[in-house]
Design a protein around this ligand. Structure first.
Ligand code: IMP
Ligand code: MG
Length: 183
């Protein structure tokens, strides 16, 4: 159990430590590099994936890859913890997806709606291939049929924060993944 000083009303229990994450990302990058995707474009889904994507692209570099990187801000959660079921684009890519081998990077695969939306969108824009990579796979019954091509960890079916992930814009700065323990 970890007390977090800037979280007055909640205690956080660490699920994945910074060391767990670093070790696993290195393995993941090695696996992705082995797929030998040329002309690779990493599409990080903001906001939740920004820390994961930042570490993953540097791990990819260590394994010899030189991807281009772009960002897309998608929204499905708003401030609530339950999905609204609707995904919308808050900010689109700058780069053209046409003909690219794309690796979509997101924080959590939950209902699958966010990743399915991103995949469909990039496929419609003419991507040559699309793979998905998530930090956490919640392995719940999905609202859509979708399994990630790559995931770092299977995740308990609980709301998690840290390492880029938030609840109401808080906790993104934490270097670990934790779950909120109600006081
Ligand atoms: P999906 O569309 O239901 O698969 O939800 C995926 C999105 O919901 C992710 O991109 C996350 O931003 C958010 N999300 C789902 N579960 C959690 C969680 O436990 N903590 C923080 N964000 C979450
Ligand atoms: Mg997200």
């Amino acid at each position: 159990m970890n007390d977090v000083t800037n979280a007055p009303n909640n205690t956080l229990e660490v699920i994945f430590t910074p060391e767990d994450i670093a070790r696993r990302l290195d393995e993941l990058a090695q696996t992705i590099a082995a797929a030998k995707l040329d002309n690779l474009l990493v599409v990080a889904i903001l906001k939740g994936s920004f820390v994961f994507a930042a570490d993953l692209i540097r791990a990819l570099h260590r394994h010899g890859l030189a991807p281009e990187v772009d960002f897309m801000t998608l929204s499905s959660y708003k401030k609530a913890r339950i999905s609204s079921g609707q995904v919308s684009i808050l900010r689109d890519l700058d780069l053209d997806a046409r003909g690219r081998n794309i690796l979509i990077v997101d924080d959590v695969l939950d209902s699958g709606r966010t990743l399915a939306f991103a995949k469909d969108l990039l496929a419609a824009r003419g991507a040559a291939s699309i793979r998905t990579c998530v930090l956490l796979d919640k392995q719940l019954p999905r609202a859509v049929t979708l399994e990630p091509d790559y995931y770092a960890f299977l995740c308990p079916n609980e709301f998690v924060v840290g390492y880029g992930m938030d609840v109401a814009h808080r906790y993104r700065e934490l270097p670990f993944v934790g779950r909120l323990v109600r006081p």
